[in-house]
Design a protein around this ligand. Structure first.
Ligand SMILES: [Zn+2]
Ligand SMILES: [Zn+2]
Length: 142
């Protein structure tokens, strides 16, 4: 089971302020790190856990382009890749990630069924997640 770090990231905050449904990203720092916007923690738990599972899916399934350049423009392949990442989560963890357009929380947002909440918590727990603060030095790297 991969160990994951969850870090607060000013870039994630900026992305969220530009595009509401953007709460997290991967491959900004080490390959086991998920960067989140502060707003992630305001989400209802079925969205919050679904987003974290989706991001864990990204860590398992990095596209080559991401590895070369985390901020490459790959809009064309983007939607296909996002669906593939949800499928990876389903295959690995047997939790289905659904999508919904939420006026309040953003478009095409991940969510999971109520019955899958305990399983989702267990998966994230098993990843031995650590929530870390970014340092001033890290922020300068952006
Ligand atoms: Zn980041
Ligand atoms: Zn994604």
């Amino acid at each position: 089971m991969m160990k994951i770090n969850i870090i607060h990231c000013e870039l994630a905050n900026r992305e969220h302020s530009k595009k509401k449904r953007q709460y997290a990203h991967t491959f900004h720092y080490e390959h086991n790190t998920i960067c989140v916007a502060d707003a992630l923690w305001d989400l209802p738990v079925n969205h919050l856990l679904a987003i974290l599972l989706h991001e864990i899916g990204h860590l398992h399934y990095p596209p080559e382009k991401y590895i070369d350049d985390p901020f490459a423009d790959f809009a064309e392949d983007h939607e296909k890749h996002e669906t593939a990442v949800d499928d990876v989560v389903h295959q690995l963890y047997h939790v289905k990630i659904w999508r919904v357009n939420s006026k309040r929380w953003g478009k095409n947002l991940e969510w999971i069924d109520r019955k899958d909440l305990p399983k989702a918590k267990q998966i994230i727990w098993n990843c031995g997640y650590k929530i870390m603060a970014t340092t001033a030095k890290d922020e300068a790297h952006e």
